[in-house]
Write a protein that binds this ligand. Structure first.
Ligand SMILES: Cc1ncc(C[n+]2csc(CCOP(=O)(O)OP(=O)(O)O)c2C)c(N)n1
Ligand SMILES: [Mg+2]
Length: 577
């Protein structure tokens, strides 16, 4: 027999730029993995949990821009992929899932491990193809790969083992992926945009992920308009560093002057952002323009005066010559001054950190930021790690910050860092993990990293709680419940698994421990940092319902006899309130 369907699959994936496939093999995937082995150009990354592989693939695809494959088999292995594929959908990562399917003769017979891929992947995937006949294969593979790359999201190829092993029809191994097209609004719309900008006395900018390739244009526009630049979590890494117009983030993680700037301007430009927290965006008194490549983003978070369909970089480049320079810097200066004032508040627990035990997470994160290399890649678990990453890890031209920012799954950081380390070997990849997140997923795959000697720096915020939820419950006026747990000594656990483990309890040891961890070259390192579970963060704009919720929760805790917790919360955050 000549080439089979699985051979053709790998040839096409390889031609589209796939370098790795993360997953676990078995039954229907056996002929698929045998073809990968024969092909020799795509690396198979054997993980212990398919979900871990999917999060690794998300980070690799997001940063490299190349599509990445994942695989699972059959029903149960495939279901483990799902959370990571949802993350790929939300974060915009080109991930192609090869889902092992039951033999084609058993489809729709309730066979062992049978799963209907159309129903199951409906919410996550941009495209789902089920190959029941080799004649379909080229078209299905082509569509799955092209859709994942062009629309930047997950697609699924459901492949029964018998079809994978069938002879491939002739000439089915080529694929042509177009380069990114130039995409900007029509001339009349650009004129409207220029008129709105020129008529406004003050302009504020708020940018998101869509500014990834538009940093120069956004800064040039801000310079011309004397406009403050705020950003979402996803926009931070592209817009904050070395930017004299930067005023920080808004939302619940917010810091700096952005909230006031975007509420006080005559005109707000929303650039490549789908920032989901509408209550932090201005209403009727500010005119609003939004520019985005995705029509679904336009106007869904806040009502617009003008919505424009286009790539931020191409659109701003085209409108810049039509915009007249503004001379008055007072609006910008006011919000930059506010931003500097907030920075002083943020630095309190960093400056005092060496003398406070348990270790303040602010101090841990700021020290990490100071010690890490200029091209380090930082990943944060969903949880309080996101707060400390947003506020205390400083960006740089080649530094990267990533997390499950739009899907907000726990346990993403370590597998994200793993995928990044495989794509950029030797570069510092640092996962700031929750103890809940670490034990949820990362711990089970630590042996994978040990075996491969993969250099991932795990920094566990050991607060023996689901602390983010603890804070959330208090903000909503509840007595914290169901959020505490007990941990082992993670440094010892890591050592027993063959990784390097560092237990960190003393604030005075933070610098030395992190220096040692960052310098370690022989594989994964786990820093088990015992941090203050009572550390709170307050956004630069505190919504009224948050204040009410906290007051109510503290009152309820007092009534429930939990004085001790209330006192600690007050005492340890006194400089924030
Ligand atoms: C898979 C998943 N389960 C639950 C949640 C809800 N959730 C968000 S943050 C969080 C707590 C995370 O705890 P931990 O990892 O210990 O981090 P910490 O906030 O304590 O630093 C939970 C339960 C989620 N986002 N994802
Ligand atoms: Mg925790």
């Amino acid at each position: 027999m000549g080439r089979n369907v699985a051979d053709a699959l790998w040839e096409m994936l390889q031609k589209a730029g796939v370098k790795r496939c993360y997953g676990i093999v078995g039954d229907a995937l056996n002929p698929v993995i045998d073809a990968l082995r024969r092909n020799g150009n795509v690396e198979f990354v054997h993980v212990r949990n398919e979900e871990y592989g999917a999060f690794a693939a998300v980070a690799e695809a997001y940063f490299t821009g190349n599509p990445v494959a994942v695989c699972g088999t059959a029903g149960p292995g495939v279901t483990h992929l799902f959370n990571g594929l949802m993350d790929a959908r939300k974060e915009g990562a080109s991930v192609i899932a090869i889902a092992g399917d039951v033999e084609s003769k058993l489809i729709d017979t309730a066979a062992l491990e049978e799963l209907n891929p159309y129903k199951f992947f409906d919410l996550a995937a941009l495209y789902i193809g089920r190959v029941v006949n080799p004649e379909q294969a080229r078209a299905v593979f082509n569509t799955a790969i092209t859709t994942a790359v062009i629309d930047r999201g997950p697609t699924v190829i459901s492949l029964p083992g018998d079809v994978a092993a069938s002879e491939a029809p002739e000439g089915m191994h080529t694929i042509a992926i177009p380069a990114k097209a130039v995409f900007r609004p029509a001339e009349a719309d650009l004129e409207k945009l220029a008129r709105l900008i020129n008529d406004a006395k003050t302009v504020a900018i708020f940018g998101g992920e869509g500014c990834r390739d538009a940093r120069n244009e956004v800064l040039a526009l801000a310079a011309k308009l004397k406009a403050p630049i705020g950003y979402s979590f996803r926009g931070k890494q592209w817009l904050e560093h070395d930017n004299p117009y930067a005023t920080g983030m808004t939302g619940l993680l917010g810091y700096g002057g952005t909230y006031n700037a975007i509420h006080g301007a005559d005109l707000l430009l929303l650039l490549g952002t789908d920032f989901p927290f509408s209550e932090f965006l201005p209403n009727g008194n500010v005119k609003k323009v939004q520019i985005d490549i995705n029509p679904k983003h336009l106007g869904r978070r806040t009502a617009l005066d003008l919505g424009l369909l286009g790539d931020v970089q191409a659109t701003l480049a085209a409108v810049l010559p039509k915009v007249s320079e503004k001379k008055d810097t007072s609006f910008l200066e006011k919000h930059l001054a506010h931003t500097r004032g907030f920075e002083e508040l943020l630095s309190h627990y960093v400056d005092k950190g060496p003398g406070i035990k348990p270790i303040r997470p602010e101090y841990l994160a700021a020290t990490l930021s100071a010690l890490a290399s200029d091209d380090a890649m930082f990943f944060a678990d969903t949880g309080t790690a996101c707060i400390w990453l947003a506020r205390h890890i400083k960006g740089a031209t080649n530094r990267r910050l990533f997390g499950s920012f739009s899907w907000a799954s726990m346990a993403n950081a370590v597998p994200n860092a793993f995928g990044a380390q495989l794509a950029y070997p030797g570069r510092q990849t640092i996962a700031l993990c929750g103890d809940g997140g670490f034990t949820m997923l990362a711990l089970g795959d630590l042996p994978t990293l040990v075996q491969r000697k993969t250099r991932v720096v795990h920094i566990i915020l050991n607060n023996e709680s689901l602390d983010f939820v603890n804070i959330e419950q208090q903000e909503a006026g509840f007595v914290p419940f169901g959020v505490d747990f007990k941990n082992p000594n993670f440094a010892r656990v890591a050592e027993a698994m063959g990784a390097k483990g560092i237990r960190l309890e003393e604030p005075g040891d933070v610098k030395a421990a992190l220096t040692e961890a960052l310098a370690y070259k022989d594989g994964p390192v786990v820093v088990d940092a015992v941090v203050d579970p009572y550390a709170l963060s307050l956004p630069s704009h505190v919504p009224l319902h948050t204040v009410k919720g906290y007051t109510l929760s503290l009152a309820k805790q007092v009534l429930a006899g939990r004085f001790d917790d209330v006192i600690k919360t007050m005492e340890r955050n006194i400089r924030l309130v």
